[in-house]
Design a protein around this ligand. Sequence first.
Ligand SMILES: CC(C)(COP(=O)(O)OP(=O)(O)OC[C@H]1O[C@@H](n2cnc3c(N)ncnc32)[C@H](O)[C@@H]1OP(=O)(O)O)[C@@H](O)C(=O)NCCC(=O)NCCS
Length: 152
Amino acid sequence: MRLERITPENYEAALALSVRPDQEDLVEPVVKSLAEAYVYPEHAWPRLIYDGDVLVGFLMAFLDIPWDPDRDPDDRRSGLWRLNIAADAQGRGYGSFAVDAVCQEIRARGGTRAYVTWEPRAGGPEPFYLKLGFRPTGEQSGGQTVGVLDLS
Ligand SMILES: CC(C)(COP(=O)(O)OP(=O)(O)OC[C@H]1O[C@@H](n2cnc3c(N)ncnc32)[C@H](O)[C@@H]1OP(=O)(O)O)[C@@H](O)C(=O)NCCC(=O)NCCS
């Protein structure tokens, strides 16, 4: 498994990545994430996930972003912004690999915590994140549960 940057050669395959139809409310489509990466180039870290030559997913980390500047301008966080594993590639360890890769990137930049938010519904990714060690912070963001993983 490996990560690749988005390039002129692979971006159309990236845009064609899709989760299962019943999961479409859980994560934004790749095209929206790439638009956000364009708008927030200093904070977004988008990557494609490959197994050999096969594209199996997309991730986007957020790095050192002001979380809620009106409440606390010093509260800057890093974590996983998006994770889309292709419908037919789920359940084979790619999601765990992606989370680990994001944690490594955050650590390499001196971060000590990885944040993520998830839709708190049955069939959503909550058990996946809890299994990887994320714990709810008690906060909500846009109706989603905020989770954190200690990297220190
Ligand atoms: C959630 C998601 C990223 C998980 O990726 P994945 O590649 O299928 O997960 P993995 O194969 O690495 O699974 C790791 C473990 O979590 C478990 N797991 C994964 N998704 C799960 C789910 N929805 N419910 C319960 N357990 C789950 C796996 O069974 C596995 O357990 P094991 O280690 O005991 O075998 C993927 O299913 C996905 O893209 N879902 C749709 C979009 C989404 O919800 N993205 C997250 C937005 S916050």
